[in-house]
Design a protein around this ligand. Structure first.
Ligand code: FE2
Length: 429
C-alpha cells in the first residue's frame, strides 16, 4: 500500500503517461500503468511533473527590504550598494528573519524547495547569519537552504572579513564565498580567491564566489578560481556566480577560458534578471546584455544554473521568486531558443542547481525524495512560456501547496469561454 500515486504524468525528459508511486516520503515506483493501491491519488492529466525548482543564487538577508530606508532612485548597482550600507545599521535579527521567512513561504508556494543564499558577513554583529541559520533549521522539513559566507565589502578590503568568516562558519554557514572583483586591485582579487580556496579545501567545504560581476573584459578572476579548483582537487564543488565580464571578453581569450572551466568542472551561475538590468549601465548604444556566455558554456558541457539573486531589495524592486520567470529571462537574453537549449534553461532552474548545491536524493528515480511539482503545462517548453501555475507542490510525499488551474473567462453571447493559454486548451476554443 503506497501513500500517494500521481497518475498520467509527463516528465521533463519527454516520457509521457507515467505513474509515480510514493511511500514513506520517497519515490517507490515510476512506470506506466502502475499496479498498486494508494491512500491518495492525484490525476496529473498529462501535465508536467518535475522535481522542485532550485534557486542557485539568492540574498535572503536583503530580500523584501524594498523601500527601506528609501528606494533606489537610479536603479543602479552602485546606488544599491550604498542603500544596503544605509540599511545595515538598522537591521535586527528579527527583521531579517521575518522578511526571509516570508520570501521562503513564497518559494514554497512556487515549488522552489531549495535555495542557496549568500549572507553578508561584513557586519560585525553577524545578525544575518544568526537569523538565516535559525530560519534554515526551522524550515528544514519544507525547504533546503544552503548558506554562503559572503564578504560583500571584500575579503581583503573589509578589515574584519577573515575573523567574521571564521565566526560564520562556526555558526553553521555551509559554503565559502568571495567577491574578487570588488577587492582594491586585480592582484588582491586573485589573492582573495587563493586564500579562500585554500581555506575551503582544508575544511572540505564547497565554494561559490561572486566573480567578475562587471562589464570590464579584463576582470578575469574566474581563471584563478578554475585553476585553484584543479590545484586543490575540488572539481564539482566550486561555482562562479555572475561571470558577467565574460560577456565583454575577447573571443580568443574565451576560447582558452571555457575549456579551463570545463576541465576544472567549475559550475557557473548566471542571474539573468539582475545581469540584464544592472550590467551595461556605462554604455550608450549599443548596450551590452551583461549576462555571461550561457550558450557556449552549456555547449561545452559545463553545469550552468540560474539564480533569482534579488527579490524586492536595494538592487531589484521586482519579482515574486518565480524561477520560471528566471528561466524565461535567461532564455531570451541568451538567445537560447533551440529545442535542446529550451530544455537546458528548464534544467538550469531544476536539476543543474540541485547538482551545484549537492542536494542528496534529488530527482525522479525510485529512492529519490518524493519532492515534486505538478505544473499547469504539458512540458518544460510550455512551463517556461506560461510561467505555469504550480497546481501541486509535494514535499517528502505530502502536499505542501496547492493552486487551482489559472484561466480567464471570456463572456461571449453564447456563454462563458475559459481560456488558459495552454496548447491543450487551444483544442477547446
Ligand atoms: Fe548576488
Amino acid at each position: 500500500m503506497l501513500d500517494l500515486i500521481i497518475r498520467n504524468a509527463n516528465l521533463p525528459d519527454g516520457r509521457t503517461g507515467i505513474d509515480i508511486g510514493i511511500a514513506q516520503g520517497r519515490i517507490a515506483a515510476l512506470e506506466p500503468a502502475l499496479q498498486a493501491e494508494a491512500a491518495q491519488s492525484i490525476d496529473a492529466e498529462g501535465r508536467l511533473v518535475t522535481p522542485p525548482f532550485i534557486d542557485a543564487h539568492l540574498h535572503l538577508d536583503s530580500t523584501l527590504s524594498l523601500g527601506l530606508p528609501r528606494l533606489n532612485e537610479s536603479g543602479t548597482l552602485l546606488e544599491g550598494i550604498a542603500l544596503w550600507g544605509e540599511l545595515k545599521p538598522h537591521l535586527t535579527v528579527e527583521a531579517i528573519y521575518e522578511r526571509a521567512k516570508k520570501l521562503c513561504l513564497w518559494s514554497m508556494a512556487r515549488g522552489t524547495l531549495g535555495i542557496r543564499s549568500h549572507v553578508d558577513i561584513c557586519d560585525d554583529r553577524l545578525l544575518a547569519v544568526e537569523a538565516l541559520a535559525k530560519l534554515r533549521e526551522e524550515l528544514k522539513p519544507y525547504i533546503d537552504i544552503q548558506l554562503v559566507a559572503f564578504p560583500q565589502d571584500g575579503y581583503l578590503r573589509y578589515p574584519r572579513s577573515a575573523q567574521n568568516l571564521e565566526r560564520a562558519l562556526a555558526m553553521g554557514v555551509n559554503v565559502v564565498g568571495g567577491i574578487p572583483h570588488f577587492e582594491r586591485t586585480m592582484e588582491d582579487g586573485a589573492q582573495s580567491v587563493k586564500t579562500l580556496m585554500r581555506l575551503a579545501a582544508e575544511r572540505g567545504l564547497r565554494v561559490d564566489m561572486h566573480c567578475d560581476e562587471s562589464d570590464d573584459p579584463l576582470s578575469r578572476h574566474i581563471e584563478t578560481l578554475a585553476a585553484e579548483t584543479i590545484r586543490h582537487g575540488m572539481q564539482g564543488r566550486v561555482a562562479g556566480s555572475h561571470l558577467t565580464s565574460m560577456h565583454s571578453m575577447d573571443n580568443y581569450y574565451v576560447s582558452k577560458l571555457i575549456p579551463l572551466i570545463a576541465e576544472a568542472n567549475t559550475a557557473v551561475i548566471a542571474n539573468p534578471l539582475i545581469n540584464i538590468t544592472l550590467q551595461g549601465r556605462h554604455d550608450t548604444y549599443p548596450k551590452r546584455r551583461g549576462m555571461t556566455r550561457v550558450k557556449e558554456l552549456m555547449a561545452a558541457g559545463i553545469t550552468v544554473g540560474f539564480g533569482h539573486d534579488c527579490v524586492m531589495d536595494p538592487w531589484y524592486p521586482l519579482g515574486s521568486h518565480d524561477m520560471l520567470q528566471v528561466a524565461s529571462m535567461g532564455l531570451h537574453v541568451g538567445q537560447l531558443t533551440g529545442t535542446e537549449e529550451i530544455k537546458s534553461c528548464f534544467a538550469a532552474v531544476t536539476e543543474s542547481p540541485a547538482k551545484i548545491l549537492g542536494l542528496e536524493g534529488y530527482g525522479l528515480t525510485p529512492g529519490c525524495h518524493a519532492d515534486l511539482v505538478i505544473l499547469q503545462a504539458e512540458d518544460a517548453f510550455e512551463a517556461i512560456r506560461l510561467s505555469a501555475e504550480r497546481l501541486f507542490v509535494i514535499r517528502r510525499g505530502k502536499i505542501l501547496a496547492e493552486a487551482p488551474p489559472r484561466h480567464s473567462r471570456l463572456h461571449l453571447p453564447h456563454g462563458p469561454l475559459p481560456i488558459d493559454f495552454t496548447r491543450a486548451g487551444l483544442a477547446t476554443l
